[in-house]
Write a protein that binds this ligand. Structure first.
Ligand code: PMP
Length: 405
């Protein structure tokens, strides 16, 4: 069934405004997506009527908040089909989720001379934490490259994985190239050599139905704010067998079992990894966002977003001198490009004058910029509230702006 986009857009009041005198066209969804009124109202209602710190008191409001927080964990668990709620850790977002694994897994399982594999197309959030861990542990970071089309050179993976490889980290969907990576195949290949796999799902979870058990991944990291939820909240899925063996990431309240000055023992997962007061209002908003997505036909949304990508790609390719970076056969709704002779920042600024929000810059992916030998790119990224009319308007704006240069 084709989703009723005009009805969906009514749930996102922010979209209904003029920017610089023009109707807003929001094409910066890979940076952050907008929140439906259902999420905003749920969080407001919660703050107005229920707020109290969780897990710490016996009074009515504390119990209600704890129940809502744990119910949110259960909603996330169901959404990704984790085997148990203990495998879902609330974090600030993808960045914290990856840092948590890089630190705690590194402490437990990585030593001098070991190897960690990432790919050339990763966001900095899936490079730097591993680099920091490798420095700490004396390990070596290895990189699986991609070809100019924007596809990982999977054929090199087998020789890259050695008996020293301790973990492999890869994006589900690239935030620059839009490539949907063959993560199932990568996981299978890594597991054949007993190497666990972390999936950076920042750009995957917002667009696909995720089933971590079916995928078989060891860790899956994602953010609430890219999934129509609030900022400052995200999740890390981790297989229980790893979480049980990994030491805590941060110390503080809630992550302990018993504290004495001589020795402290730790709580069970997920609490072992949730030191301090968590962003429980965010978690409740995150769960509301998931429920919002689930109130739609998810398959229809995926298909619609793919149509947006196809139409936009066809249109952009008609523009002389426009180069698209990343033309993998499996792509999600992200298009990065440059127009010959036009600085991406100028283009971004002029598009903004026309009410069109795109992202420009290095997109937290320096190695991708280096691969293509460019300093910056322009990125458009779609969500299911975007329309074909917006793509048309964008195309016409590009033609008009290009003529100015
Ligand atoms: N990985 C990818 C692929 C991303 O696109 C992003 C966000 N741009 C991140 C990680 C980091 O996400 P966050 O800033 O929400 O922690």
């Amino acid at each position: 069934m084709i989703p009723d986009i005009s009805k969906i857009r009514k749930d996102f009041p922010i979209l209904d405004q003029n920017v610089n005198g023009k109707p807003l066209i929001y094409f910066d969804n890979a940076a952050t997506s907008q929140r439906p009124i259902q999420v905003i109202e749920r969080m407001n209602e919660f703050s107005l009527r229920t707020n109290a710190n969780i897990h710490r008191a016996t009074h009515y409001l504390a119990n209600k908040t704890t129940e809502a927080f744990e119910a949110s964990r259960e909603i996330v668990r169901q959404y990704i089909n984790a085997a148990e709620a203990a495998e879902v850790i609330f974090t600030q977002g993808t960045t914290e989720s990856i840092n948590l694994v890089a630190f705690s897994f590194g402490e437990a399982f990585v030593s001098s001379g070991d190897e960690v594999i990432v790919t050339e197309m990763e966001h900095h959030a899936n490079i730097v934490p591993w680099q920091m861990m490798c420095e700490r542990r004396g390990a070596i970071l290895k990189v699986l490259p991609f070809n100019d089309n924007g596809e990982l050179q999977i054929e090199l993976l087998d020789s890259l994985i050695t008996n020293k490889t301790r973990i492999l980290a890869v994006a589900h969907v690239s935030n620059t190239l839009g490539t949907i990576n063959p993560i199932r195949e990568i996981i299978l290949q890594a597991h054949l050599k007993n190497v666990p796999v972390l999936i950076d799902g920042a750009q995957g979870a917002p667009h696909f139905k995720i089933d971590v058990q079916d995928l078989g991944c060891d860790f899956y990291a994602f953010s609430g704010h890219k999934l129509y939820g609030p900022t400052g909240i995200g999740a890390l899925y981790g297989k229980r067998k790893w979480l049980d063996q990994m030491p805590p990431f941060m110390g503080g309240g809630e992550m302990i079992d018993r504290v004495t000055f001589e020795k402290t023992t730790y709580n069970q997962p997920p609490y072992k990894f949730e030191a301090g007061t968590p962003n429980y209002v965010g978690a409740i908003g995150f769960a509301a966002a998931i429920k919002y997505i689930q109130s739609h036909d998810v398959q229809a949304i995926v298909a619609y977003e793919h149509d947006l990508l196809t139409v936009a790609t066809e249109k952009l390719k008609q523009i002389d001198g426009l180069k698209i970076y990343g033309e993998a056969s499996m792509k999600a709704g992200v298009i990065c490009f440059n127009i010959e002779g036009v600085h991406p920042f100028d283009l971004g600024t002029l598009l903004d004058q026309l009410g069109i929000a795109v992202r420009t810059g290095r997109l937290c992916a320096d190695p991708v910029m280096d691969h293509y030998g460019v300093e910056n790119m322009v990125r458009t990224s779609f969500a299911f509230y975007n329309t074909f009319d917006e793509i048309n308007a964008f195309y016409k704006a590009l033609i008009r702006l290009k003529a100015m240069f």
